[in-house]
Design a protein around this ligand. Structure first.
Ligand SMILES: Cc1cc2nc3c(=O)[nH]c(=O)nc-3n(C[C@H](O)[C@H](O)[C@H](O)COP(=O)(O)OP(=O)(O)OC[C@H]3O[C@@H](n4cnc5c(N)ncnc54)[C@H](O)[C@@H]3O)c2cc1C
Length: 396
């Protein structure tokens, strides 16, 4: 069996893994990042929408190579068809890009490589190496060959289906009401506003929403997420998406270029993201915005924090839970409250009727909110429907 030695082994070359690998390598760690697939960023499992504000924090300069479309704003569509248009002056930093994930993810991995990380493709982690009861690396399969990568710390950046954290004994199970099942078509020959992302609310996508994220003049990612607990039979998700497309004259003549399905966790984050010699990052830690299903930004920011803390641990030689705890504290300080608030909001809104959603969208569009984000929208809702936000009113 081939054996490798390093300071840090990162499992998963998604955004979280790559940014972690980059920052850890820049901080002096000898890093190996493994990826089970044969191509980074592919196959696509994403709507590809991101906001802009956080790119600076990870030192990523927007680049036309991975930007598919630059947004001027967003449109929220109520179940009854009322369209509330938010332009950049109102949505500020919440407005963003629609990216090409296969190029965006590769760019993040290339940055890790430039910092000195070694990348091993078609290499799956299959279990943890345990030594004296402590994690000491991973066992895996690389191009069909058994391997071991011995490391001072393992980074579980293995996404929604994460097994690494589970192998380490961390509880990562999800309730059916905390999973969105998604289906997306890349559609062309459709009529869209090419610089506006659309979010369509209501019973067209029970417990979730439909999205239209432009990828050019007449092409877009058209998809939806439905709470798993709302699905009655196989084929429901496709039926909902097809029914919506048939009902919208702008889309009904469109043709599908690509089909993508996947699932996203819409739960609160896991309780512990560090233990001795282990860090959990991104979707593997269930750090995702339950209202939007967006997780790229959190995965990247967590990756940065993890990489920086790992560099510190290298200098002291201490990769214990106590030493790694700085990472857990840092990301929770930055966004845990917001994630919890949005999860509680999602829990409330998934049972709201189309009529109430219509009222809410109307109230929001009439409220003249200057800086629109989930927080300010919840404030408007609090005035009109205080009962909807009663359980988390102190977070608004
Ligand atoms: C349908 C859908 C639409 C979405 N739309 C958006 C959106 O528009 N905007 C947004 O911000 N977020 C969106 N998300 C969420 C977003 O894709 C994730 O939050 C983001 O990719 C998380 O990054 P990550 O690095 O944590 O995990 P991932 O990107 O999932 O990366 C994990 C990597 O680990 C690899 N891996 C897994 N197991 C192993 C193993 N045992 N050994 C080696 N490698 C392994 C996987 O192959 C994968 O490459 C969407 C998700 C879905 C499913």
């Amino acid at each position: 069996m081939r054996t490798y030695e390093c300071d840090v082994v990162v499992v998963g070359a998604g955004p979280g893994g790559s940014v972690c690998a980059q920052y850890a390598a820049e901080g002096g760690c000898d890093v190996i990042m493994i990826e089970k697939r044969q191509e980074i960023g592919s196959p696509l499992r994403c709507g590809e929408g991101i906001s802009k504000a956080w790119l600076d924090e990870i030192g990523l300069t927007p680049d036309p190579r991975w930007i598919s479309a630059d947004m001027d704003g967003a449109i929220i569509v109520s179940p009854g068809g009322h369209r509330f248009k938010l332009d950049e002056s109102m949505a500020g930093n919440e407005v963003g890009y629609v990216v090409e994930r296969h190029l965006f993810d590769k760019e993040l991995a290339a940055r890790a490589a430039r910092a000195g990380a070694k990348i091993m493709m078609k290499t799956s982690a299959t279990s943890l190496i345990m030594k004296g009861g402590e994690i000491a690396g991973i066992k895996g399969i690389s191009f069909g060959e058994d391997i071991e990568i011995r490391a001072k710390c393992v980074v579980a950046a293995d996404g929604y289906e994460s097994q690494v954290a589970r192998w380490a004994g961390i509880e990562t199970k999800l309730k059916p009401s905390d999973i969105d099942t998604c289906l997306q078509y890349r559609m062309t020959n459709i009529e869209i506003e090419p610089t506006y992302c659309e979010f369509i609310l209501g019973s067209a996508a029970p417990g979730g929403y439909l999205w239209i994220f432009p990828k050019g003049r007449d092409t877009a990612n058209v998809g939806l997420g439905i709470i798993l607990s709302e699905i009655q039979k196989p084929g429901d998700v496709k039926r909902y998406l097809d029914e919506y497309i048939a009902s919208d004259p702008r889309l009904s003549k469109g043709q599908v270029l690509e089909v993508m399905s996947g699932a996203v966790s819409v739960s609160p984050p896991i309780d512990k993201t560090v233990m001795n010699n282990l860090i959990v990052v991104g979707d593997a830690a269930r750090v995702i915005d339950a209202m939007t299903g967006g997780g790229i930004c959190h995965a990247c920011r967590m990756g940065k924090y993890a990489g920086e803390v790992l560099s510190k641990c290298l200098s002291t030689g201490d990769f214990s839970k106590e030493a790694l705890m700085e990472y857990d504290v840092r990301w929770r300080d930055q966004f845990e409250d917001k994630l919890y608030r949005n999860w509680m909001a999602k829990e409330k809104f998934r049972s709201v009727s189309d009529k109430v959603l219509d009222d809410i969208v109307l109230a929001i569009s009439e409220a003249n909110v200057e800086n629109v984000n989930v927080y300010s929208l919840l404030k408007v809702i609090k005035d009109k429907y205080p009962e909807l936000v009663a359980e988390f009113e102190d977070m608004i």
